[in-house]
Design a protein around this ligand. Structure first.
Ligand code: SAM
Length: 280
């Protein structure tokens, strides 16, 4: 099984917003962490794998190296100059890409053994429709790997962090915080924590580009569990990653309380990672 190369992940994270291709390289190396987690949980990566919301496509290319066939699907064609190019360079011939909506997957029932959903559910118009489609295309006993950040997460849920850890998105409506991020990226880029090539706001501001906040779903811990129950997935494992700010600065007993509380858990947790099974 693939080893996690932390140095390669960091090196590629540092330049990931240079282009879609650079992002695909970052996804490719980072995917070793997903493979490792699946291995720890005794999930054998085999057969057909779908990356539903593949972005630049690096994860799909990486999984293709471990299974019979991997498909990267995204509503935008970011993979054309990235994942497809990477697959060619690495001689990976069993990876393919499709531009389509994850809420109406163009695949027949029970056609995949594993579906990956990494930082996607918060961007789709209907989380339940998207999960239903993931469920439909999985074979019985197939597995969904789902990762998503709570939208109130102190870590920002796709917003840039300030050098001084002030969670601006908790002090004002998220749409204002998003616009403020762009304003700071243009006028005071040094106030944002990540260096330019690992900060999409800075890179877009430099290129004179702008975008609307594409975080549509207000993901909460309880909300994700409600969606999953409605669709019928069985929970195999859940991992709740806590923001570094809380692990470093808040005493353990208080942090545990904040993690358990139904409201504050959405601030303390930076990412939810769930492993789910289609049992019927
Ligand atoms: C934050 S990116 C994550 C990309 C990749 N999974 C990763 O972890 O690097 C979210 C992706 O979801 C895609 N997306 C949003 N809505 C979608 C939909 N309805 N169907 C398929 N993909 C969608 C976006 O185009 C984008 O590439």
């Amino acid at each position: 099984m693939r080893e996690i190369d932390n140095e390669a992940i960091q090196n590629h994270a540092d330049i990931r917003f240079r282009s879609s291709y650079h992002y695909a390289m970052f996804e490719y190396y980072r995917s070793a962490k997903i493979l490792k987690r699946l291995e720890w949980d005794g999930i054998d990566v085999h057969g057909a794998v779908l990356d539903a919301g593949c972005g630049s496509g690096g994860i799909a290319v990486s999984f293709a190296e471990e299974c019979d066939r991997a498909v990267g699907l995204d509503i935008k064609n970011k993979f054309g100059d990235a994942g497809m190019k990477l697959a060619k360079e690495l001689g990976v011939e069993n990876a393919s890409f499709v531009q389509a909506d994850g809420t109406t997957l163009p695949f027949s029932n029970e056609s995949f053994d594993l579906v990956l959903s990494h930082s996607v559910i918060e961007h789709v118009h209907s989380a339940e429709a998207y999960l239903r489609e993931c469920y439909r295309v999985l074979r019985p006993n197939g597995v969904l790997f789902l990762q998503t950040p709570p939208y109130l997460s102190f870590a920002g849920a796709h917003l840039s962090r300030l050098r001084v850890p002030i969670p601006i998105h908790l002090l004002m409506p998220r749409s204002w915080a998003f616009r403020l991020n762009f304003y700071i990226a243009r006028k005071r880029p040094g106030w944002l924590k990540e260096p330019r090539e690992s900060n999409t706001f800075k890179m877009m501001a430099e290129r004179g580009e702008t975008k609307h906040d594409d975080l549509i779903q207000r993901v909460t811990v309880a909300g994700v569990h409600r969606w999953l129950r409605a669709v019928g997935f069985e929970l195999v494992r859940e991992q709740r990653h806590v923001s570094g700010f809380f692990t470093r600065n808040i005493p353990g007993f208080l942090r545990k309380f904040l993690e358990r509380n139904g409201f504050t858990q959405n601030i303390v947790i930076s990412n939810l990672e769930l492993l789910l099974k289609k049992t019927s």
